[in-house]
Ligand binder design. Structure first.
Ligand SMILES: *[C@@H]1O[C@H](CO)[C@@H](O)[C@H](O)[C@H]1NC(C)=O
Ligand SMILES: *[C@@H]1O[C@H](CO)[C@@H](O)[C@H](O)[C@H]1NC(C)=O
Ligand SMILES: *[C@@H]1O[C@H](CO)[C@@H](O)[C@H](O)[C@H]1NC(C)=O
Length: 321
């Protein structure tokens, strides 16, 4: 390519004027709170969708399951390049939260406390932001911790009515159930923990063969990786169509936000919430709310659990997540 003085001068002055206008300073690039300017498909500056959830709250507790958190988080990280999302991370206090067990009930044989990753909260349960649109509740071994759970459950019980959406991953739905916020809702959970989690609410319709379950504003996913399928389906539903078809995938048949994010993640997505290959591997079946018949109108027979399928005690380490 020949050196083109005119182009160089033009570029130089474009950058210089942007810089002098404060448009290229790190502050400007980091505090991208002017939605019309930086988001929603630059450089076309198509309007951002309005009335969509932007304020996210992530609940953390010691011994949370990493992928429950960072599957959905990474999908949201990508969405946050498109929309002005804001994340608050809530925990008991502002110390870093580890994914390793802190209670003997959660220790498995050979557990290695030296292999851990920690996350820094931004807010405490006693001093949360008051404007969260979405609460995200992961599961993990820590859901069995009798010392740390009461505070988490209380927080969710009090805060959930104020949010637009409640999303749980894996045994996170057990936390929601204990907070009473799944009463009157359909839900699912990790299939390996089915017999432990479903008794936490007898007012919930627990659906076993489900990668995730959507019921109005409450979305619950099956185990660990299922949270990614759930959050992408949630994005499709809640944020709808992205303004311009992604330039990198010109033949994309759909440009819903979840599709866009899934492609960016090169994620091999499950789009059918009913397609759950793990439901048949583990014992247990659908559970209807107390006092309701089966869907074919016949009263529900109480089934005694078979001996080998007897309900394991919460926290005895029979299930790992
Ligand atoms: C912070 O909370 C964690 C989890 O609840 C707890 O184990 C830890 O002791 C607390 N740290 C402080 C400094 O209070
Ligand atoms: C994100 O939300 C929190 C809690 O409301 C708030 O403290 C923070 O300033 C917000 N950040 C931005 C960039 O809006
Ligand atoms: C249903 O759950 C509630 C609250 O935990 C409990 O008080 C009630 O006894 C349960 N009902 C049955 C039939 O187990």
């Amino acid at each position: 390519m020949h050196f083109q003085p005119k182009l160089f001068v033009l570029l130089y002055f474009s950058f210089a004027s942007l810089a002098s206008a404060g448009l290229l300073t790190p502050d400007r690039l980091l505090n991208r709170d002017d939605a019309s300017d930086n988001y929603c498909n630059p450089p076309n500056k198509t309007p951002c969708p309005t009335n969509v959830p932007l304020q996210f709250g992530l609940i953390l507790f010691p011994s949370f399951q990493q992928l429950d958190v960072f599957g959905p988080m990474d999908a949201l990280n990508i969405l946050a390049q498109q929309l002005p999302l804001n994340l608050s991370i809530l925990a008991s206090n502002l110390s870093s939260v580890s994914n390793r067990p802190l209670h003997p009930a959660m220790l498995l044989p050979g557990d290695n406390l030296r292999f851990e990753q920690r996350v820094l909260p931004t807010h405490t349960f006693s001093n949360p932001p008051d404007n969260l649109d979405v609460l995200i509740v992961p599961g993990g071994l820590g859901t069995r911790n009798p010392n740390t759970m009461p505070e988490v459950i209380d927080f969710i019980r009090n805060y959930a009515p104020k949010t637009k959406y409640l999303l749980s991953i894996c045994t996170g739905s057990g936390i929601l159930a204990r907070a009473g916020v799944l009463n009157g809702y359909k839900a699912t959970t990790n299939k390996a923990a089915w017999l432990e989690v479903t008794p936490f609410s007898n007012q919930t319709h627990w659906i076993k063969k489900a990668r995730w379950v959507e019921d109005r504003n409450v979305w619950t996913s099956a185990g660990v990786s299922a949270g990614i399928d759930m959050i992408l389906a949630w994005m499709d539903k809640v944020y709808g169509e992205r303004p311009v078809i992604d330039e990198q995938v010109p033949d994309a048949s759909s440009n819903l936000y979840g599709e866009f994010v899934g492609r960016r993640m090169e994620y091999n997505r499950e789009r059918d919430w009913r397609h759950d290959i793990f439901a048949d591997i583990y014992p247990g079946e659908d559970v209807l709310p107390e006092g309701q018949g089966t869907e074919d109108g016949k009263p529900k027979k109480e089934k005694k659990p078979k001996k080998e399928n007897a309900k394991p005690k919460w926290g005895e380490g029979s299930n790992y997540i």
